[in-house]
Design a protein around this ligand. Structure first.
Ligand SMILES: Cc1cc2nc3c(=O)[nH]c(=O)nc-3n(C[C@H](O)[C@H](O)[C@H](O)COP(=O)(O)OP(=O)(O)OC[C@H]3O[C@@H](n4cnc5c(N)ncnc54)[C@H](O)[C@@H]3O)c2cc1C
Length: 430
C-alpha cells in the first residue's frame, strides 16, 4: 500500500477454473516471488462450479479434444487448444497431486472421484506460490490508467499493472458468475456477442404426455431443423424428465434450439429413437419381425429395442394399436410407426434457464484477443480467459479444458510480459 493506494502487479478477477489456472501459471513464472499477484473473488468461497461439476466428481477434461467439440471460431480455438493440450493438462494435474482416470466415455475424473480434490489442489498451489486470494471482493468497475488499471468494488480500490479477467459467463449465477464481467469489459471498449444458456435441459409442452417417461434414459439422436433444413444433430444418451428432456444428447443440442428460438426461427426438434438405423432399416426390421414371429404383439417387438414405456408412448403417438399382432400390421400403420420411431417431433417450448445451465453460449469475440497470449487486442495489459470468451464446449470436460488452457496461457504470458519489462527497466538503471 503506497499513500493509501493498494498496488499489485497482477490482478486476476474471478477464482473459477480459468482464474485459478491463470494465477498459478503467473506465479510460476516468478520463482523469486517479486510479483504481487492478487486473485479477487466475489463469492465467499472460490471455485463454486468446480465443486458442483460432474455431479460432484468434476469431469476435469476429456482424453481427446478437438475443435469439433467446441462452438466458436474454430481456427482460433485450434491454436489456443494446441498451446496447452490434454497431455500437458494431465501432467499439470499430476504435478498438483491430482491423478486423473479415464472412464469409458472418454471423460477424465480425479481418481478420488471428488471435485473437492481438484479445488483443494488448485488452492493449495496458489497458497504455496504466494498468490493472495481475496474473497468477497466483487469488482464493480475497471478504469484504465496511464500505468495499468484501477479496480473498484466491495473490497475498496486496487491498482495493478496487468489485469486478467476470468469472470466466467452467466450460468449458475448464484455461484458469483452473473454476467457483470461482460459489462466491465464492454466499458473498456470490447464487444460481447449475444449470450444465451447452453448445456441445459429443455422443456416439452405439457400436453405431449411425456411425463410418464420421467427418469427413463436411452440412446437417441436429436436434430434441430429450421424450415425443414437440419441445423445440428447430436447422438448420445437422452433422459426424459418430468418437464422435458435432459442428458448429454439434449444438453448438447440445447444451445442450437435456444438460439434459433430466440431468433424466432421456429426451430423443430426431432427425436430418432433408433440412431444408427435408417428408415429403411427400421421398416425392414418390422417386416422381418412380422415374418419371424407373426403372433408376437407390436409392443413386444418394439420393446426389443426400446424401454417398454417409451415403446408404448411412441406407439400411441403413431396411432398404432400396440396389442395388435405383427402379422396383422398394416402397411400404413407400419409406415406411421417408422416415422415416429425415427423422427418423432418433440414440442419443445423452452429451457430450464440460467440457473440450471452449465455454460454460456457467446461472450467476448475471440478475434478481440491475441490467441498466442490471450491479451486483449484493444488494451495492452488486459488478458481474458475462460467462459467470458465466445467459446463453449459440449458435455464431457471440454469446458474445463478451455478454462485450464486459456487460464494457463493468460497467466504465463501476462507474468512474462511484466518480468520482461522489469528486466528491461533494471538493464536501463544499470
Ligand atoms: C452444474 C455445472 C456442472 C458442470 N460440470 C462440468 C464438468 O463436469 N466438466 C466441464 O468441463 N465443465 C463443467 N461445467 C462448466 C464449467 O464449470 C465452466 O465452463 C467453467 O467453470 C468456467 O470456468 P471460468 O473460470 O471461466 O468461469 P467460472 O467458473 O464461472 O468462474 C468465474 C469466477 O469469477 C467470479 N466473478 C464473477 N464476476 C466477478 C466480479 N465482478 N468480481 C469478482 N469475482 C467475480 C465468480 O464468482 C466465479 O468464481 C459445469 C457447470 C455447471 C454450472
Amino acid at each position: 500500500m503506497e499513500g493509501g493506494r493498494d498496488d499489485s502487479d497482477i490482478v486476476i478477477i474471478g477464482a473459477g477454473a480459468a482464474g485459478l489456472a491463470a494465477a498459478i501459471f503467473a506465479a510460476q513464472q516468478d520463482p523469486h516471488r517479486k510479483l504481487r499477484i492478487v486473485l479477487l473473488e466475489t463469492a465467499r468461497k472460490p471455485g463454486a462450479k468446480i465443486l458442483v461439476s460432474g455431479g460432484g466428481r468434476c469431469n476435469v477434461t476429456h482424453h481427446e479434444v478437438s475443435t469439433g467439440d467446441f462452438h466458436g471460431k474454430k481456427n482460433i480455438i485450434r491454436n489456443i487448444l494446441n498451446a496447452f493440450d490434454i497431455r500437458q493438462t494431465v501432467e499439470w494435474f499430476r504435478s498438483l497431486g491430482v491423478e486423473l482416470k479415464r472412464e469409458e466415455t472418454g471423460k477424465l475424473f480425479p481418481v478420488s472421484n471428488k471435485a473437492r480434490t481438484v479445488i483443494d489442489a488448485l488452492l493449495q498451489r496458489c497458497q504455496d506460490l504466494g498468490v493472495e486470494l481475496l474473497q468477497k471482493w466483487r469488482v464493480e468497475t475497471i478504469v484504465r490508467e496511464d500505468q495499468g488499471w484501477t479496480l473498484k468494488g466491495s473490497g475498496g480500490e486496487l491498482h495493478c499493472q496487468r489485469l486478467i479477467a476470468a469472470t466466467g459467463g452467466k450460468s449458475l449465477p448464484k455461484s458469483g458468475s452473473d454476467g457483470h464481467g461482460w459489462k466491465m469489459i464492454k466499458s473498456l471498449g470490447h464487444s460481447v456477442t449475444d449470450t444465451w444458456p447452453a448445456l441445459v435441459g429443455l422443456l416439452i409442452q405439457e400436453d405431449h404426455g411425456h411425463q410418464s417417461l420421467s427418469g427413463i434414459s436411452h440412446p437417441a439422436r436429436l436434430s434441430v431443423s429450421v424450415d425443414d433444413k437440419t441445423i445440428e444433430t447430436t447422438d448420445g444418451e437422452m433422459l426424459w424428465t418430468h418437464t422435458g428432456i435432459s442428458g448429454p444428447a439434449a444438453m448438447d443440442i440445447s444451445r442450437t434450439w435456444i438460439r434459433h428460438n430466440d431468433l424466432e426461427h421456429e426451430p423443430q426438434m426431432l427425436l430418432d429413437l433408433l440412431p444408427g438405423d435408417t428408415r429403411q432399416d427400421v421398416d425392414r426390421w418390422l417386416i422381418d419381425g412380422a415374418r419371424e414371429a407373426p403372433n408376437r404383439s407390436i409392443l413386444q417387438h418394439i420393446s426389443g429395442k426400446l424401454p417398454r414405456r417409451v415403446a408404448e408412448f411412441i406407439g400411441t403417438h403413431a396411432g398404432v394399436d400396440l396389442g395388435c399382432k405383427m402379422a396383422q400390421f398394416t402397411k400404413e400403420s407400419r409406415r406411421q410407426l417408422v416415422t415416429e420411431l425415427t423422427s418423432h417431433l418433440l414440442p419443445i417450448c423452452g429451457h430450464r434457464g440460467w440457473t440450471l445451465a452449465e455454460v454460456t453460449a457467446g461472450g467476448v469475440p475471440l478475434e478481440e484477443i491475441a490467441y498466442q497470449t490471450m491479451q486483449s487486442r484493444i488494451h495492452e495489459g488486459l488478458y481474458l480467459a475462460g467462459e467470458i470468451l465466445d467459446c463453449e464446449g459440449r458435455i464431457g470436460g471440454f469446458n474445463f479444458q478451455w478454462a485450464w488452457t486459456t487460464g494457463s496461457i493468460a497467466g504465463a504470458c501476462c507474468a512474462r510480459s511484466l518480468m520482461r519489462q522489469d528486466h528491461t527497466e533494471s538493464a536501463i538503471e544499470n
